[in-house]
Design a protein around this ligand. Structure first.
Ligand code: NG1
Ligand code: ZN
Length: 540
C-alpha cells in the first residue's frame, strides 16, 4: 500500500501556490488545479470508510451551479449526510500536503489519531456530473482509492442527491430501515411509486416547464418521467428544456436555478407564456426554484422560502387530518436570507416553530433533525424535509379513527416516501411541490398569494480580507470589525420593516450584504448604505 500511495501521489503532483479548503460545498475551484485534490480525497474516503468499519462512503464530483470550467468534490457520510466537520478539517489538511512523503505521513497520522485499523475494509461509491473535466478527475480519484486498497463502485453520471440516495441504500440494505434499492432504477421506482400513490388520482392543473441547466438533471428527469403516471393517466405534463449534456460548455450558461434566482428572470430559452408554471434545477440537481410570468408579464419567483411554507402547510394539514396533531410537531428551519414575510407567515399564519441557522445545508439539516418533522430550505432552493425515527414509527403505528383520517394518513405515508430524506433533491422536491399544488387545487397565482415578499437586495462587497468579518446570532449580527454592527443598526432604524446583515461568504472571496424593507427604494437604499459601511470597514 505504501508504494502505491507514493506512486499515486507522484502521478498527480500538487500545483504550486494553491491553498485548498473543504468549504460548505466541499472542494470547489477551477477544474485544472483539482487533480491532486481528487487523489488525496480518494485516500481520505478510504480512511473515513475504515473508521466506520467498512460502511460505504460517497464521493461526488461536481461544481453544482458554477461555470463549466470549474469542478469540485464532496464526501458523503453513510446515511447520505454531509461530511462530519472534523473530517472536513482532515480533508483540508490532506489536500494541502505537497509531497508524496508528506501525504503518506499524514495518512498514517490520521489512522493513528482516529484509531483506524488500516486492514479494515474500505468501501466507496463515486459519481459525477456532466462536466468535461469529470472523467479525468474520476481517474485521479480512482488512483487514490486503489492506492488505499478501497473497494469502489462507480455509478457514472448521477445527480448529487442520487449519489446520496445510493450511499444510504447501500448502508441500509437488508436492514429494518432499508432506504431502497441502490440502483438508478430503484431510485426512479421509489420516487415514481410514492408520487403516484400520494397523488390519489388528483389532477395537476396545467403543465410544468422544467429547465435543467444543461446539467445531469436533464437526462435523469427524462428517465424519471418514464416512471410517473402519464399525461393520459392524469399525470404531470412535463416539458423539459435545457437538457443538452452533449455540449458541456453550455452547463449553467443562461439557465438553471442560480441564473433565475440571481437575475430574477426566466432563462432566455424559455417559451413559457403568462401564468405557465416553470421551475429550474441547478447543475447537479440539488436545488430547485419555481417561477412564472403573471398576466401583466411581471416575473414572479417562488423560491426556497415559498417551497418551505407550501410544504409545511401541507404536512401540517395532513398531520391534523390524520388525527396526529397532538403527537407530531412540525418545525421550519431557515437561514437569515429567508424573507421576513416568509418567517412571519410560518409563525403567525401556520403557527409553526421557526429556527434560524448559519448558511450551509449541514447546519439546517442538523437543526431540522431536532423536530419530529423538520422542513428546511435555503432561499436559493436547497432543502428537504426530515422525519425523526420516532415520528416515522408513530406514523406507521397510527390507527386512523375514520375514513377521512385514513385518507390523510395514506397520503402522509406516501409523501414521506416521496421526500429524499438524505439530502435536498431537486427532482424529489419538484414532485413534492406538484403534489401539494394538485392536492390544494392551486395554481402558481394562489401559491404566490399566500404572502407578499418584502422587497430585498443581496449585494456582494469585495474587501481585502473577508475573514475579519465575524458574526454571531446565526450570522445576523457582526461582532467584528468593532463598531460596524452599531452603524448597521442605525441604518436599519431609518427604514420601515428594515432588516439587514453582512457576513463573509463561505464559497466566494467576498462579503455578502442582505437588506429588506417595506419598499423597493428603502431596501435598495439600506443595502447600499450597509455595503458602504462594510467596504469602509474592510479597507483598513
Ligand atoms: P455563501 O457563499 O457562503 O453565501 C452560498 C449560498 C448558500 C449555499 C452555498 C453553497 C447564498 C446567499 N449563499 O454560500 O446558500 O447554497 O453557497 O453550499 O445564496
Ligand atoms: Zn447544486
Amino acid at each position: 500500500m505504501v508504494g502505491l500511495i507514493v506512486q499515486a501521489v507522484e502521478k498527480h503532483p500538487a500545483p504550486e501556490g494553491m491553498a485548498y479548503t473543504y468549504g460548505t460545498a466541499g472542494f470547489r475551484t477551477k477544474a485544472e488545479v483539482l487533480d491532486s485534490v481528487l487523489t488525496r480525497v480518494g485516500l481520505i474516503a478510504a480512511l473515513r470508510s475504515r473508521s466506520l468499519k467498512g460502511k460505504w462512503i460517497g464521493v461526488m464530483i461536481t461544481a453544482s451551479h458554477n461555470p463549466p470550467s470549474d469542478n469540485g468534490v464532496k464526501l458523503v457520510e453513510p446515511m447520505g449526510n454531509m461530511l462530519q466537520e472534523d473530517w472536513e478539517k482532515l480533508s483540508t489538511t490532506m489536500a494541502n500536503k505537497a509531497t508524496p512523503d508528506d501525504v503518506l505521513e499524514y495518512y498514517r497520522e490520521i489512522a493513528e489519531t482516529q484509531h483506524i485499523n488500516l486492514d479494515a475494509p474500505a468501501r466507496v461509491v463515486v459519481a459525477r456530473d456532466t462536466r468535461a473535466s469529470g472523467a479525468r478527475l474520476l481517474g485521479c480519484l480512482v488512483d487514490g482509492l486503489k492506492a488505499a486498497g478501497a473497494e469502489y463502485k462507480d455509478y457514472g453520471f448521477l445527480t448529487t442527491p442520487q449519489l446520496h440516495y445510493m450511499v444510504r441504500c447501500l448502508n441500509t440494505e437488508g436492514q429494518y430501515d432499508s432506504y431502497g434499492t441502490p440502483t438508478e432504477k430503484g431510485y426512479y421506482e421509489k420516487f415514481g411509486a410514492a408520487f403516484k400513490h400520494a397523488m390519489k388520482g388528483k389532477k395537476p392543473s396545467g403543465g410544468l416547464i422544467v429547465d435543467c441547466a444543461n446539467g445531469v438533471g436533464g437526462p435523469k428527469l427524462n428517465e424519471l418521467i418514464k416512471y410517473l403516471p402519464t399525461k393520459e393517466e392524469g399525470g404531470l405534463d412535463i416539458t423539459v428544456i435545457n437538457d443538452n449534456v452533449i455540449k458541456p460548455e453550455s452547463l449553467n450558461v443562461d439557465c438553471g436555478a442560480d441564473y433565475v434566482k440571481t437575475n430574477q428572470r426566466p432563462p432566455p430559452s424559455s417559451k413559457a407564456g403568462p401564468n405557465d408554471r416553470c421551475c429550474s434545477l441547478d447543475g447537479d440537481a440539488d436545488r430547485v426554484v419555481y417561477y412564472f410570468k403573471d398576466s401583466s408579464n411581471t416575473f414572479r419567483l417562488l423560491d426556497g422560502d415559498r417551497i418551505a411554507t407550501l410544504v409545511a402547510s401541507f404536512l401540517g394539514d395532513l398531520v391534523r387530518q390524520a388525527g396526529l396533531a397532538d403527537k407530531i410537531t412540525i418545525g421550519v428551519v431557515q437561514t437569515a436570507y429567508a424573507n421576513g414575510a416568509a418567517t412571519k407567515y410560518v409563525e403567525q399564519h401556520l403557527k409553526l416553530n421557526v429556527e434560524c441557522t448559519p448558511t450551509g445545508v449541514k447546519y439546517l439539516h442538523h437543526a431540522a433533525e431536532k423536530f419530529d418533522v423538520g422542513v428546511y430550505f435555503e432561499a436559493n432552493g436547497h432543502g428537504t424535509v426530515v422525519f425523526s425515527d420516532s415520528t416515522l414509527r408513530r406514523i406507521q403505528k397510527h390507527v386512523p379513527g375514520s375514513l377521512g383520517q385514513k385518507e390523510a394518513w395514506d397520503v402522509l405515508r406516501a409523501t414521506v416516501e416521496l421526500i429524499n430524506q438524505a439530502v435536498g433533491d431537486a427532482l424529489s422536491d419538484m414532485l413534492l411541490v406538484e403534489l401539494v399544488l394538485a392536492h390544494k387545487h392551486w395554481t402558481v397565482n394562489e401559491w404566490l398569494a399566500t404572502y407578499d415578499d418584502l422587497p430585498n437586495r443581496l449585494l456582494k462587497v469585495t474587501v481585502s480580507d473577508r475573514n475579519i468579518f465575524k458574526t454571531t446570532d446565526a450570522e445576523r449580527r457582526l461582532v467584528s470589525p468593532p463598531g460596524v454592527q452599531a452603524n448597521i443598526d442605525q441604518e436599519v432604524q431609518k427604514v420601515r420593516q428594515g432588516r439587514s446583515f453582512a457576513r463573509a461568504s463561505g464559497t466566494e472571496d467576498a462579503v455578502r450584504v442582505y437588506a429588506e424593507a417595506a419598499t423597493r427604494a428603502e431596501a435598495d437604499g439600506l443595502a447600499n448604505k450597509v455595503a458602504s459601511l462594510v467596504k469602509h470597514a474592510g479597507a483598513v
